[in-house]
Each structure stands twice: as structure tokens, then as C-alpha cells.
Ligand binder design. Structure first.
Ligand code: DGY
Length: 326
């Protein structure tokens, strides 16, 4: 079986594929164009897919009728038309759990960076404006006892809530498709409506899986209803927030600040006006970028392909219903 891998991943994953006797196909250079990527996919049986710049949509599946399995090197699968893959009997693997700690660490880091204006202060030092001690300048806010609102309390949201509770004694409220009984029991988290979430949160952190209906959910209307001391954190997908509205909310002081590991659009342009604001911290989508998480992702992606090659179910599958006919 020929497995196309579009970028280097940790050897822990590629060694597993080699030991399983699978043939790996690498691209002959980095940063493939869409056409080059598509050509590699056309000649493969399965793909270990890194990055989300190219979409797995109906035209992809029409162009690559021999593709039988896709193992994403990500937990998110919003760049895949799952319905279409399922309809064609193609399992789509993903990599949950192994990156929950790393990604929630970044949400926690952004929360503190914004609360204490870390990016702004770093820039001041770098630009030679250390300045004299000033009792009133660039004051941050403390997080002790504040309310953390989690939008999407799954695995990553749970980790963020747990850390924030332990570190700062924060009260946890959340809005989710389903109630999270474990979080209610262990963290005393309270389920609230979306309106209550945006109105009561001192820090609002987005951790849900993205679907197209949620494009721009956090917009002008929402930011206007948030507290003036609120910090907006997004480590999930940039599509959740309307970035021009976020800029206005930050520039007008409607909310205190924002920490983004994902942007809209992504990548963000270096001259985006949001980067000029003193109350933001922006990172280039590094949520899962630790040695431990990336090794774990490589193991899970390889494990999914190997299981498929043996005629078994992928252990981590975004569309397990693909197997229901077996
Ligand atoms: C994920 O795993 O979904 C991360 O956001 C990387 O794309």
C-alpha cells in the first residue's frame, strides 16, 4: 500500500509505517502547490495529511478515486468534507487527546500574557522604551477568583478549565452541545446559555470543533455584550471570530484584550492592524507544537493507517459510521 505523506513528521510515526511494510511516498520538495499535492494524492492509496491549506472536498475525491483512507495529522477535521468521505466509504483518522495538554497550555499562556500585557511590554523593551517605574502605566489585571467561560468543553477545554481553577481558583462556566458531567463534578463547572457565557465571562476561551455554521460567531454583537474587562482567547479555529469586529472591540476598549493562536484569515498578514494594538498577543497556530504532542500525533496517525492496512477499524476516526456496513 502506497502512503503519501506531504511533510516530514516525527520518525516515531514513519518508523511504525516502515515496520508495518508500508511504502511511504514523500514529495520531492516542500510547499507543494495544489496541483502538485493533488498529483501525489492521485497516485497513493492512503494519505497522512499534514496542514489544512488544501481541502478534501468533493472535487478532491472526484480527482483521486483511488484514495482509500486519510489519516489527518490533527485533531480538527474542518478541512475535510466528512459527509462526502463517508459516502465514499473512506475513513478519516484524527489525533485527539495527545495534544490536549499542549493546546490548553497555549490557551493558559495567552490568558496570562494578555492579562499582564506581556507582548506590549516585551515590545517596549525591544524598542528601547524600558522607562522609569510608573505606578500607573501598563497595569495588568489579576485572574484570581475570576470567571472563566469555556465555549466547547471537550478534552482541551477541560484541561484549560482545570489549570485555571487550580492556578487562580477561577469559577468555571461553559456552553457546549452536551453537558460535561465530569467537569461539573470535578471542577464545579456550571452549564450556561450562550448569552450567559458571553455576559458573565471575565475570560472567554474558545475550544469547540469548528463547523461552517459557526463562522463569525464571535462578532461585533457578541463583543459589545462582553464585559469591558473581558479577555477573549481563541486556540480553536480562526473562523470562530470575525477579526475586523474583534479589532474594533479591542481598539474601542469594549473588551480588555485578546489572545489568539488562530486567526481569521490564517496565516495573518504581518501588516494586520490588530498586531499594532497593545492589548493582544498573537501566536502562529502553535497549540500542538511540543515534542511530546507531535510525537503522539505521529503515533496516532501511523496507527490509524496501519489499522486500515490490516482491514481493521482506525482507532481514532472522525467518521466511524464508515464502518457500520462491515
Ligand atoms: C489540530 O490538531 O487540529 C491543530 O489545530 C493543528 O491543526
Amino acid at each position: 500500500m502506497k502512503v503519501f505523506i506531504n511533510k516530514k513528521i516525527p520518525e516515531t510515526g514513519t518508523d511504525m509505517l516502515k515496520e508495518a511494510g508500508l511504502q511511504i511516498v514523500w514529495p520531492d520538495h516542500e510547499n507543494l502547490s495544489y496541483e502538485e499535492w493533488l498529483n501525489y494524492c492521485k497516485n497513493a492509496d492512503a494519505i497522512v495529511s499534514i496542514g489544512a491549506e488544501f481541502k478534501y472536498d468533493r472535487s478532491f475525491f472526484d480527482a483521486c478515486p483511488d484514495i482509500k483512507a486519510i489519516a489527518l495529522y490533527s485533531v480538527g477535521f474542518d478541512h475535510v468534507d466528512i459527509k462526502e468521505a463517508t459516502h465514499r466509504g473512506i475513513p478519516v483518522g484524527n489525533t485527539p487527546d495527545v495534544l490536549s495538554k499542549a493546546t490548553s497550555d497555549v490557551a493558559f499562556l495567552l490568558m496570562q500574557s494578555v492579562a499582564r500585557r506581556a507582548s506590549y511590554n516585551f515590545r517596549k523593551v525591544k524598542e528601547g522604551h524600558w522607562g522609569a517605574f510608573d505606578p500607573l502605566h501598563a497595569l495588568g489585571q489579576e485572574l484570581y477568583g475570576k470567571t472563566l467561560g469555556i465555549f466547547g468543553l471537550g478534552r482541551i477545554g477541560y484541561e484549560m478549565a482545570e489549570k485555571s481553577k487550580k492556578a487562580f481558583g477561577m469559577d468555571i462556566i461553559y456552553h457546549n452541545r452536551h453537558q460535561n458531567i465530569q467537569a461539573e463534578k470535578e471542577l464545579d463547572a456550571k452549564y450556561v446559555s450562550f448569552d450567559q457565557l458571553i455576559e458573565r465571562s471575565d475570560v472567554l476561551s474558545v475550544h469547540a470543533s469548528f463547523t461552517p455554521e459557526q463562522e463569525g460567531l464571535f462578532n461585533d454583537y457578541v463583543f459589545k455584550r462582553m464585559k469591558s474587562n473581558a479577555i477573549f482567547i481563541n486556540t480553536a479555529r480562526g473562523g470562530f471570530h470575525r477579526q475586523t469586529d474583534l479589532y474594533d472591540a479591542l481598539a474601542d476598549g469594549q473588551i480588555w484584550g485578546a489572545g489568539l493562536d488562530v486567526t481569521n484569515p490564517e496565516p495573518m498578514s504581518a501588516d494586520d492592524p490588530i498586531l499594532e494594538l497593545s492589548n493582544v498577543c498573537v501566536l502562529p497556530h502553535i497549540g500542538s507544537a511540543t515534542v511530546e504532542a507531535r510525537n503522539g500525533m505521529a503515533r496516532l496517525a501511523a496507527g490509524n493507517i496501519i489499522a486500515f492496512s490490516k482491514g481493521e477499524k482506525m482507532p481514532y476516526c472522525a467518521n466511524p459510521e464508515v464502518y457500520s456496513g462491515q
